[in-house]
Every structure is written in C-alpha cells, then in structure tokens.
Design a protein around this ligand. Sequence first.
Ligand code: FE2
Length: 434
Amino acid sequence: MSRIETDFVRDGGQLISAGIFNDPDVYRQEIERLFPSCWLFVAHESEIPSHGDFVTRQMGDDPVIVSRDTSGHVHVLLNVCRHHGRKVCEEDAGRVARFRCGYHGWTYDSAGKLVAVPFEQAYGDHLDRASNALCEATVDTHRGFIFARWNPGESLAEYLGPMAWVLDLVFGRTDAVEVVGPPIRWLADSNWKLGAANFAGDGYHIFTTHGFSTQMGLHKLNLAEGPRPVSRALSLQNGHGAALVSLPTPDAASRFLGLPEQLWPQIKRNLDALQQELLDSMVLAAGTVFPNLSFLETAGHTPEEWGGPDRPMSFLSLRQWQPRGPDRMEALSWLFMDRDAPDEWKKTSRTCYERVFGVSGTFEQDDVENWAQITRGLRGPWAKRQWLQMKLGLDATPSPDWKGPGDCYMSGFTEESVRGFYRQWLKLVAHDDD
Ligand SMILES: [Fe+2]
C-alpha cells in the first residue's frame, strides 16, 4: 500500500514533510509514477549532430539510448535487450550503425529495430523480429532540447507552457547555442529534488551560501553600493520556475551578458522586444524545467588575477539532477556556447564556468554540500517528522506590469516557485493510477 499521503505537502507548498528527502517508499513512487508522467530531457541535438550518433542517458531509473538513426530521425530507446534484458549499449556516447547485446548477440539498428539474431534458425517459427524492436519512448524537441516520456499525456508544448519562452530567451538568443563537449558528471549524496527546487527559485540562499565570493573579491557586484539589481521571480505552471536578475543601467561592456557585439544582430533577430530588454541588462538567469532539468546563466566581472579579463563575462550551463536512490543523485552539467562567438571569448567563458560551476566549481560545491547535509540530516525517524518551511514571500502579489508569461514577482525573496515545484511533485506522486 502506498505511503504517499496528501499531507506530505501542506498549505499549497508552504510546508514540506522532511520525510520526502530520504525515504525508499517515497523514492519508489517518484520512479514509478512521477518520472514516467513527465517530459524528461534526454539530450541536446548538438550532442548527436550526425547520422548514427548516440548518447546514453537515464529517464528516472530507466537507461535509454538517444540515437539519431541513419536517416537522421531521433529515437529514445530503452537500453534493455528484448531477449534477456542486458544493456545493448554501455558507452556514454559514440557513432554506430548497430547496437549488439554482449550476452547472446541480438543486434538492433540505430532506430531500435531487431536486425540480427545469432543461430536464428534454432527458434523455428517462434521468433518475430518485428515485434522485438527496442522499446521506444515518445520524443519531441524544443529549441534543440530533446525530451522523451513514457506515459501518454499532454504535448511537450503544453507541458512546457510559459517555460518555453524563458528557454527561448536563454537558449534561443542567437542562431545556434550548442553544447561544448560531453557533460561533466558526478555523484552526490543528495536527494535529487533539492537541486531542482533550488534552481526553480531560491534567490534567498545566495547571500549566505555564496557570500564568500564577494568577500574574497571574486565578484565585483556590491549590493550595498551602486545600482541595485532588479530580481524577477517567475512562477510558471506545471512546477516550472525561473529567476531573472538585471542591473538597471548596464555599461556598454556588460550589455547582453557581455556577449561580443558581433552577436547582437542575431540577438535582435531571434528575441522578441521584452526578451531583448531583459537580456540587455541581465546578470543572472536560473530556472528548473520540472522535474529535474535546470539552467544557469551568469555574468560578472572576473578580476585578472582569477583568470578573467576584468570585464563582464558570462557562461551558460544546463544541469540535470538524476535520481540514483533516495539519498543519492548523479549530476550532469553541460556548458553551452553561442556557436558564432569568437574563440577567445569562448575560452574565457569556459574558464569562468569551470571556476564557479561544474564539479570543481566553488559555487557548485557550496550548493551540493547544503543538499548533502539536508539529505543526511533527514534520515532519522525524528527528523522525518519535521515540517520544512517554504513561506518566504507569501504576502507578495504578481506584478501587474509584467508582459511576459507566467506570474512575475519583483523580488528575489520569494519561494513561490519552490512552492509550485512541490505542488506539482505532490500531484504526480500522489496520483494513483493502479
Ligand atoms: Fe547556489
């Protein structure tokens, strides 16, 4: 019998049971109910640009192959042989025409069709190749993001809703924004939800968790002096959330995230008027596509002694929090670049990213340490009875002047998007389709 009860999330997300962050039964319901009912990011198209390219990923607990077949069509295939269940592909990425199971040799083409069976005559009439293709998930794309899902449900466009506009603002600003190499991957002793909810809209933690960066002079942004940043917290439907932070009066060098001027015509061509206005003065964008895909764009001054050019630089990272058990996750962090940026700019942007995010990044380590501490601390029976509070910004109302999608709160001090994340979480794990 399910242990999920509707009071795991109370008062519209204001109170969250501490018992959902380190519990095998809750985890099992997430894997069996929540993940199969969501559109899950599996890869960016720029990771598999050529026919026959593939990467292997996870959808919840299920291993999948994201394969561009020999005619260019993208498939998301369950990485489980139809014969005895072994993975048919063990590599992270590559280019092949066929996937051959290492156990008995059943072989599938890049579209998942069963094309060869050793000693097939021994089956007589008892093997039908056509009905033994690899199991395939439903696939759709947005802005080069490949999403897949198992259970039937709403379209990807309906699922993303207003989040699509935010993804376009960040990943659709120039003619091509693409991955740089494979993702950095690491295991962390953290429940996956903590990363996802943080990126959905936790501006509050920055000052404590990452306060060292301004104290050490890593960033020149001084909140006590100069123009105050303008924060917009976007609460979007279906559990998605994002935060956009701008400086009201950017200098020429910091316009459009410090992106080189030769990209500005592309930005003006690709974005609508509001997106351009926001990007022009933006210093940070972060968000989560429910359930476990997040992104981060930051721009800041980087002193020369820290490897920077002493002018605003930005980097763009996509990250995914893959569940690996109730108290463990695998984090994947991709670095993205505007294809047409000069090589020198790309080089410096990469340095900024590696110093701040990715497994070696200072901010990343601070974040993950918080989440690991929470996961460890909420293991005990007494700790699990506690209720965690998400009440920041309850009295705030959405800005009536906001012309973009979703509800916009003009403050970084709100947990409305986090509440929205847990409301959606509850809806999907508590849903009983048995
Ligand atoms: Fe953080």
